[in-house]
Design a protein around this ligand. Structure first.
Ligand SMILES: [Zn+2]
Length: 596
């Protein structure tokens, strides 16, 4: 075969489809794999149920190897089904296969749950001895970190009661929230006729180049939200009340503690980070003033925040591949080689087409398989950054799958976005060093600044808002729409200062954000990852190519340690008082470039 679809020069990456055959031959083979995986789960349960406390180091190592084997098989066939469905969600065969996999995964989870619960029950001294055994060294962190939830876990009947009542007590409010927000549709005319618009579609106009359209889109959004805010506030109030009650039962001292525990970050590290971000709000305000000048305005209104600056040229998919190859190659030839593997082995699906899902992702697939990237490539410069981002995840998965077991390969939320953000920065730098088109350069530097702000500053505003809401609720105040609006505006005014006018409707900005409803304090992990990446990038700038090898080792360590442990060899000490300075210095540099 000499034709390679992945080197297309057609518009919109025509013909760039992935090849899933290394994962499974067809749907029947995937179903057979699922059945085999479930058989192995049953055999595992039969062999180990009631015995976890008796396992010594070598026996534990054998059990973990069996678990890893099951994980590999089920992840591989499950990924096959979901990847297939994601490029054709309308095909019945794909949907049936996907449903069968979902049900199978729930069954596997139920069959294997005993292992974790019994492991949490092992007494501390015994558990320590097992975890320290040389035979389980590769999964030591996995074993030890599972037990961090033990002090906050209730007795088995209590846990069962809580989980049985959870659908009515908590999930029902989340469902109501997402039903209200996702079914909200209002007529809006962006200039080519009035059509029904969802919340997401209205929000997309904040990047429109027509100021009047941007303003009308946001005003339409706020007007549409207004009648629903009592319901949305009530959903949130109930969930916060429930979470605070659970914290009391489980013995958590602070409403952020369960999130810190999951992220393996200390309360102080996160507290210092958020305070450091807030001390630098003036950086953002400086940019908002500079942007007003660039747009020829006295002052920015909220709807100008993401107004496009500069007109980026089109980039065909084959050029995007060359850009990635050169950018990554400048950082490390090995990294570029891994990226080439995605293209050469047809592990990227880039062509947008009917029935394919939107957005982009990188699927890790399985520890003994190779990752895949899905995106919808439309010849925009933004798509190059998306491709770099997803391949950044791809580097991480490739190296951690190579070096870690199936149980230790996955990184927690706090570090998951580091390799993807790093890959974007590497690509930005290369593009800025070589791009000659002025409009494209302007668009790139602005996007880099605004991307960093939207993550570092704005997600901190969101986390601070949540903190204030939980504190108010803990003091016995009901979280009404008015009260939430008040807290929301206070947190936002601190950020925007007098550099941006906030319209009255913005007081409802809290009401449609899904993170508050689904997972509390989720957003600070984005802040953490972005600041860590900027700090790493500053190191790379200082150290040059030598940094590349250490960075690759970091990627290869996957989830085999807590974030503090994994970052230390790279020279980033997240507990140090000046931990975040390098990140803000990088942001200063970016603003200077973008304002010039
Ligand atoms: Zn990502």
């Amino acid at each position: 075969m000499t034709t390679d679809a992945s080197t297309t020069n057609e518009p919109n990456a025509a013909g760039v489809h992935w090849d899933l055959s290394p994962l499974a031959a067809d749907a029947a083979a995937a179903r057979a794999g699922l059945a085999e995986g479930l058989d192995r789960c049953r055999a595992f349960a039969e062999r180990y149920r009631g015995r976890v406390a008796d396992l010594d180091g070598p026996a534990m190592a054998a059990a973990l190897a069996e678990l890893a084997g099951i994980d590999n098989l089920l992840s591989r066939v499950g990924s096959y089904a979901h990847l297939r469905e994601s490029v054709d969600v309308t095909a019945e065969e794909n949907r049936d296969l996907s449903t069968a996999m979902d049900q199978g995964m729930v069954e596997a989870g139920n069959l294997l749950r005993f292992f974790e619960l019994e492991w949490l029950d092992v007494d501390d001294a015994k558990a320590q001895a097992v975890a320290d055994a040389p035979e389980v060294a590769r999964d030591r962190h996995h074993l030890v970190s599972l037990r961090r939830f033990a002090p906050f876990t209730l007795s088995e009947p209590e846990e069962r009661m809580l989980s049985e009542r959870s659908p009515a007590a908590a999930s029902a409010w989340q469902t109501l929230f997402s039903q209200v927000v996702s079914t909200l549709e209002v007529p809006f005319d962006p200039g080519d006729g009035e059509t029904p618009h969802t919340v997401d579609r209205l929000l997309a106009y904040v990047r429109n180049d027509d100021r009047a359209v941007r303003r009308r889109a946001l005003e339409t959004l706020y007007a549409a939200l207004e009648p629903h805010t009592p319901t949305l506030a009530h959903c949130y109030d109930t969930l916060v009340g429930d979470r605070l009650a659970m914290d009391r039962l489980r013995g958590h001292g602070d409403p952020m503690d369960p999130t810190h525990l999951r992220n393996e970050l200390d309360r102080d590290v996160v507290g210092n980070m958020m305070a450091a971000v807030e001390r630098h709000y003036d950086l953002a305000q400086r940019w908002f003033r500079a942007k007003a000048t660039l747009l020829g305005l006295d002052r920015l209104e909220l709807w100008d925040q993401y107004a496009p600056l500069g007109d980026a040229r089109a980039v065909r998919y084959d050029e995007a591949q060359r850009i990635i190859d050169t950018s990554f190659g400048r950082f490390s030839p090995d990294i570029a080689g891994i990226a080439r593997g995605f293209f050469d082995e047809r592990r990227v699906d880039a062509e947008p087409r009917a029935g394919k899902r939107g957005g982009a992702f990188c699927a890790s697939v399985a520890q003994d398989a190779r990752p895949y990237v899905l995106m919808n490539y439309t010849d925009q410069m933004n798509d190059v950054m998306t491709l770099a981002h997803e391949l950044g995840h791809g580097m991480h998965f490739t190296l951690s799958n190579r070096d870690q077991t199936a149980l230790s390969t996955h990184t927690g939320l706090a570090l998951a976005e580091v390799p993807s953000t790093f890959a974007e920065l590497v690509t930005f730098d290369h593009l800025l060093a070589t791009e000659t088109d002025a409009g494209t350069r302007r668009a790139l530097v602005c996007e880099r600044v605004e991307g960093a702000f939207a993550t570092v500053f704005r997600q901190t505003v969101l986390a601070r808002y949540e903190q204030r809401a939980y504190a108010a609720r803990a003091e016995g105040q009901t979280l009404t729409a008015d009260r939430l609006s008040e807290i929301w505006m206070e947190c936002n005014r601190a950020y925007y200062g007098d550099a941006m006018d906030l319209p009255d409707g913005y007081r409802l900005g809290w009401s449609y954000i899904p993170h508050f409803i689904s997972t509390r304090f989720y957003t600070y992990a984005y802040v953490f990852a972005h600041l860590v990446t900027l700090a790493l990038y500053a190191r790379y700038r200082q150290e040059g190519p030598e940094f590349g090898a250490r960075y690759m080792q970091f990627l290869g360590r996957g989830g085999s340690g807590a974030p503090a442990e994994l970052l230390a060899p790279l020279g980033v000490d997240i507990a140090a008082p000046d931990a975040w300075d390098a990140g803000f210095a990088e942001m200063e540099r970016m603003i200077a470039e973008a304002s010039a």
